[in-house]
Write a protein that binds this ligand. Structure first.
Ligand code: TYM
Length: 384
């Protein structure tokens, strides 16, 4: 992260959406979920054409990311990743995947997998992902990912996957279900990205270790079978780690410290009101410390007046309860339109499935071409 030239506290993420589209909290607020609606028509048409048939030529500019189908999306997903999915689709070469194969490493309930995959598609579309500009698909609709994962796994020393932080954590937290797919999770993630030769991967900080491992895996394959795969780079927003309602751990469904942005108003209010604030501010009359208060930090994304709000905390003009109520109101109103779109999409399940299938169909030639080259290089049966 670098800092604005004016020296003010405006963080700029170098590796974001081009030089001009630095995504500060302020630009996010201005942009909202539908920046795309304000682009000139010509530019839009051009992007759509560009997008119609993804080129088979490896490029480091192609964008790919994946999300597990795990219920309603939370604020961490949105501020850490989804808003970059939406911003990056404007470049016209972005692919987003709902990773149901990955979800099988922790869920063995077929109905839940199917329902959550469908619901995540609804959420992404409602939040502004536009199938006219980006491809959205379900991982299991392109089973070539699993074949490539197997082929890549032949150059991956076991120690590399055993030392992955997420594997160690899951092993610790769920010792009763340490399955083989959990160990090879990052290899499948590498295949997801590499099969389309994507070079830019919008993710939150928790995925950084996976991305570094992906680079190592692809480098190992290139060393063994000749240069072919590009090494993907993570693209972060200016808030790559959003803390949960406990104010300590990263927001995560598995920890149970989430604010579900598309939930009903009462749920959002309850989740925000449960947030831990500055633990040293015990009395209403005591001054608070907005720098370490998660509620104050989240206000940065939901209004231009966050410095005024911080000042209220510092001077005890306002209490934590006031600041939380205001945050809940703002989150509810910020996502009101998206919530409404989600309700609409819920009544059109076939349309949503159609978007996912069309996305997977568009990717078929690209996936086939990658496997053709990989088969050839690795000495397997030739593919036409
Ligand atoms: P997943 O489903 O856990 O999360 C989806 C995205 O949300 C980001 N995120 C956060 N960002 C900031 N703060 C948080 N508290 C927070 N919680 C979640 C995640 O970093 C992620 O970008 N392994 C991936 C899915 C995946 C994938 C891929 C990603 C599979 N294949 C290929 C990129 C490329 C995952 O479980 O994300």
């Amino acid at each position: 992260m670098i800092w604005a030239e004016d020296g003010k506290s405006r963080p700029i993420c170098r590796d974001e959406v081009g030089n001009h589209a630095v995504q500060t909290a302020a630009s996010f607020r201005l942009m909202g979920p539908r920046l795309a609606d304000r682009l000139p028509d010509m530019a839009m048409a051009e992007k759509q054409n560009e997008y119609a048939a993804p080129s088979a030529h490896p490029t480091s500019e192609r964008v790919f990311s994946g999300v597990q189908p795990s219920g309603l999306p939370h604020l961490g997903n949105y501020l850490g990743a989804f808003r970059n999915y939406i911003a990056l689709q404007e470049r016209g070469d972005a692919i987003y995947c709902i990773v149901d194969y990955h979800a099988l490493t922790s869920t063995h309930d077929p109905e839940a997998i199917r329902r959550n995959t469908h619901d995540m598609a609804i959420a992404l579309l409602a939040l502004g992902l536009d199938p006219g500009r980006a491809i959205l698909f379900r991982q299991s609709d392109r089973p070539e990912h699993t074949e490539l994962a197997y082929l890549l796994s032949t150059v991956v020393p076991i120690a590399w996957v055993e030392r992955t932080p997420s594997f160690k954590e899951k092993k610790r937290n769920r010792p009763e279900d340490v399955n083989h797919a959990l160990l090879t999770y990052p290899v499948l993630q590498t295949a997801d990205i590499a099969i389309y030769h994507a070079g830019r991967v919008p993710v939150g900080r928790d995925q950084q270790a996976h991305l570094e491992l992906a680079r190592e895996i692809l480098r190992a394959w290139n060393r063994t079978y000749g240069e072919y795969f590009v090494e993907p780079e993570a693209v972060f927003t200016d808030s790559p780690v959003i803390l949960g309602t406990d104010g300590v751990r990263a927001m995560s469904k598995s920890v149970g410290n989430v604010i579900e942005i598309l939930a009903d108003e009462a749920t959002i209010r309850k989740q925000v009101m449960s947030m831990v604030t500055d633990t040293q501010r015990i009395l209403r009359t005591q001054p608070g410390r907005p720098e370490i208060c998660n509620v104050c930090q989240l206000h940065r994304f939901f209004g231009d007046d966050y410095e005024y709000i911080w000042d209220g905390e510092r001077t005890a003009r306002t209490g934590c309860v006031d600041t939380k109520k205001l945050l809940a109101d703002r989150i509810i109103s910020h996502f009101a339109e998206a919530r409404e779109r989600a309700r609409e999409l819920e009544s059109k399940p076939d349309d949503v499935e159609e978007v996912l299938h069309a996305g997977a169909d568009k990717l078929a030639p690209l996936a086939a071409e990658t496997l053709r080259v990989v088969h050839d290089r690795m000495g397997l049966a030739r593919k036409e």
